[in-house]
Design a binder for this molecule. Structure first.
Ligand code: AMP
Length: 594
């Protein structure tokens, strides 16, 4: 059939395959409610005999009314005992009638450990389906992507086994190691410069080095540059800053750095390597310049856009990305999690502040809890169905998945921006309770408080206490790092804690932070050493005066535990008397799941 004949309301497709994908999006979004109804019926009927649904006496019902009246809304903590049983090896149908194939380790934590999300084999197909919709949409806005390649920095992370023998790993590690990714069919619109062997190498230095080397060899073919998160792309730029001499040496000589010991990478790089002194000279001349502004377009001159998530916590990296890329468009293609992949951006060339994700109704059953920060008691009778959300309102996302999560609160707050057909579109507002985030780490107020408490124990013998504190995610450094402002009270001025003691406090804080933070510090190098800035006595009173001068109520004033408003960070910085960094890495090993 001619492509024109399949023209989609979204625009003329680039090829027949794209036409089918766009048509699928149209079908799903036009009949969003009917699709949701049948997704719920399918989930409930196939899981009718599971322990979980039987516990709530659903008695095989598959309709919305029975589901809503009998099944409660839950959090991860509610499900944890059940999840632990599965992790310990109970293979009976507890949540899902299909066998749990593995656990996906979320970057959200519970009691300091990554959450374990059960998944089933066929979820891979659903994720693959969502991926297959991304390029057809992109091709509508950016023609000619079949004329070059994408330089995407993609990584796997370490994996562990639960006591019952199931694999536990991040969702992307699971996907990159699957045949869906490894043996994907050639698609001229989606060719990467990074070989699978480089992506799949668990050593992050070797993986990044070889991906960068391939990207440099193919610098003129690269049409788009990306990573999952903005922080990841900036880490790649930092890597280039630190390693360009060795990379240029390899390009000059056509040999591979001996630090790359992975035999699979060495095997595949042998096919890529060639001596190219002209390219080596170019890399050296660009990278040795003091000024790295627009380095991305200088090295990869045909780049049309950056593909990275810059919504949510990642918005803090937009100015730095603009600096290195000369303001190239930043494309956020999808919204997903370990629990479930949710949807895609149908207008990918829009400004970051305008990004909206259209939830695909075939991925799971979606409900929405109206979000009211002033009313903490929530009940499931307030839940609204996908097609009934209202434009302009904020909701917390609640999902029921094929893998057996029922009315599960994801923790993301979304605002409805409009509809595509009958499917709503959402802007990502924030993740609930996250105070600090640099990469995929998420630190909440309670975690920060207990880290400060643990670190202040180090000060006891100096008769010193932390009287006030606040924090700030400093992303001006690459990688970014946590800054904690401390106001100290020392009862014995002759014994004020020394530099060495405050450095120990930094490490003590890091040791107390959750495992995703510590993994970022140790394995991924995506978070820099934590810094404590000691401020002059009286600084937090000044902070309160400032807040009151701007209209805060003196009775209700509470010290903010995280600050990012520039006048406040400037005030704090101007009162700093000393600053101290963690000198060692905190403890981290791939988690043994109890
Ligand atoms: P994880 O469970 O570690 O896979 O993390 C999933 C979480 O990452 C989501 O629940 C969101 O909080 C966040 N996230 C994923 N995609 C996006 C996006 N496109 N924009 C903003 N935040 C996102």
């Amino acid at each position: 059939m001619a492509v024109d004949a399949l023209c989609s309301p979204l625009g003329p497709p680039a090829c027949e395959k794209d036409a089918k994908a766009l048509q699928f999006i149209e079908e799903m979004t036009r009949s969003a409610d009917a699709v949701q109804e049948s997704v719920l019926a399918e989930i409930l009927s196939r899981n009718a005999q599971t322990e979980y649904l039987r516990m709530y006496n659903l008695d095989g019902a598959t309709d919305r009314e029975s589901f809503k009246s009998k099944i409660p809304m839950v959090t991860y903590e509610d499900l944890q005992p059940i999840i632990q049983r599965i992790a310990n090896g109970d293979r009976s149908p507890i949540l899902s009638s299909h066998p749990i194939s593995e656990f996906l380790t979320s970057s959200g934590t519970s009691a300091g450990e990554r959450k374990l999300m059960p998944t089933i084999q066929e979820e891979l197909d659903r994720r693959q389906l969502l991926y297959s919709l991304l390029m057809p949409v992109m091709n509508l806005y950016m023609p000619g992507l079949d004329k070059g390649k994408g330089l995407y920095f993609l990584f796997v992370k370490s994996e562990t086994k639960t006591p019952g023998g199931l694999m536990a790993r991040p969702v992307l590690t699971s996907y990159y190691k699957s045949n869906h990714f490894k043996t994907r069919a050639f698609d001229p619109y989606n060719v990467y410069t990074s070989p699978n062997e480089a992506i799949l190498c668990p050593d992050s230095f070797q993986s990044m080095y070889s991906q960068m080397l391939c990207g440099l060899y193919e610098r003129k073919q690269v049409l788009r540059l990306g990573a999952i998160f903005a922080s990841g792309l900036l880490r790649a730029i930092r890597f280039l800053q630190l390693n360009w001499q060795e990379l240029a040496h390899d390009i000059r000589t056509g040999t591979l750095n001996l630090k790359i010991s992975d035999s699979d990478i060495r095997g595949c790089m042998a096919r890529v390597l060639r001596s190219d002194p002209e390219l080596a000279n170019f890399i050296e001349s660009e990278c040795s310049k003091e000024n790295w502004e627009r380095i991305i377009t200088r090295i990869w001159p045909n780049t049309k856009y950056l593909e990275v998530i810059v919504t949510g916590a990642m918005a803090q990296y937009i100015p730095t990305l603009d600096y290195y890329s000369g303001g190239l468009p930043k494309v956020c293609t999808m919204y997903a999690s370990s629990e479930c992949y949710f949807g895609l951006n149908l207008n990918p060339m829009c400004k970051p502040s305008e990004v909206s994700y259209t939830i695909m109704p075939n991925m799971a059953y979606f409900e929405f809890l109206p979000h009211d920060p002033n009313s903490p008691t929530v009940t499931s009778d307030k839940l609204v169905d996908l097609v009934n959300v209202e434009v302009g309102k904020e909701y917390e996302l609640v999902i029921t998945t094929y893998a057996g999560l029922c009315r599960y609160r994801v923790g993301d707050i979304l605002r409805v921006t409009g509809f595509h057909n009958s499917a709503p579109q959402f802007s990502f507002i924030r993740r609930k309770n996250v105070l600090l985030s640099i990469d995929s780490d998420k630190t909440d107020e309670a975690e920060l408080q207990s880290a400060v408490d643990n670190a202040s124990v180090v000060l006891n013998e100096f008769n010193t206490t932390v009287v006030e504190y606040t924090s700030y995610a400093d992303t001006k450094t690459i990688p970014g790092h946590y800054v904690i402002y401390w106001e100290l009270l020392s009862k014995d001025s002759s014994k004020f804690p020394t530099q060495d003691v405050l450095e120990k406090c930094c490490l003590a804080m890091e040791e107390s932070l959750n495992s995703v933070y510590r993994q970022g510090r140790v394995e991924c190098n995506s978070i820099g050493p934590l810094e404590i800035r000691v401020v002059k006595n009286g600084t937090f009173e000044e902070l309160m005066d400032y807040a009151i001068s701007r209209g805060a109520s003196i009775n209700q004033y509470k010290v903010p535990r995280c600050v990012n408003f520039t006048p406040i960070t400037e005030l704090l910085d101007s009162r700093v008397v000393s600053s101290h960094f963690s000198q060692r890495l905190p403890h981290w090993t791939p988690e043994r799941r109890r």
